[in-house]
Ligand binder design. Sequence first.
Ligand code: GRF
Length: 195
Amino acid sequence: MGVNKLKLAVLISGRGSNLKALMDACADEAFPAKIALVLSNRAEAEGLKFALAGELPTVVVNHKDFPDRLSFDMAVHAEIVKSGANLVVLAGFMRILTPEFVNLWPGRMINIHPSLLPDYKGLDTHARALADGQSEAGCTVHYVVPEMDSGPIIVQKRVPVLPGDTPDTLGERVLEQEHAAYPEAVRIVARSLLK
Ligand code: GRF
């Protein structure tokens, strides 16, 4: 008997290391999800190489081909629907999403952010945490709501800030935790959605 799995649409814009972590998790037969689509808004996103190497379906929807955010978002939505995905996973997708799009996936869109939300929403999280003299940093996986970097938290992982840290060294320490946090969050979401 086939195991019931979530079907993920992973949306990326760049490096794709979180996509790769999810692909590695999905390689385990017991993991409750598989990747139905990798979508990028940039044809040159390095992460597309992981998807191609793993023979995953990929599509590029270039935001520059659309007159406004809503028409871009609706084209993205159409590709996700076509793929049969039932959970949208934002993994370094560097576009601001319209409420119209977000509201089409209530409880079915998640994001990873490199800070301990609700602290440090937005960009340059590690530099800002260091500038504030924080002793801890981390990452958060959360459900997506129309307000950016908000929404119910699913998983949070903490790391210490160490003496001499730069945004890069701190960012690497956090990224390692991101790669554990995202698969863990997908397992948690699967538990409620696959009931
Ligand atoms: C990660 O730091 C993630 O938290 C943020 O964008 C970055 C994406 O990295 N949203 P990658 O493309 O997954 O390597």
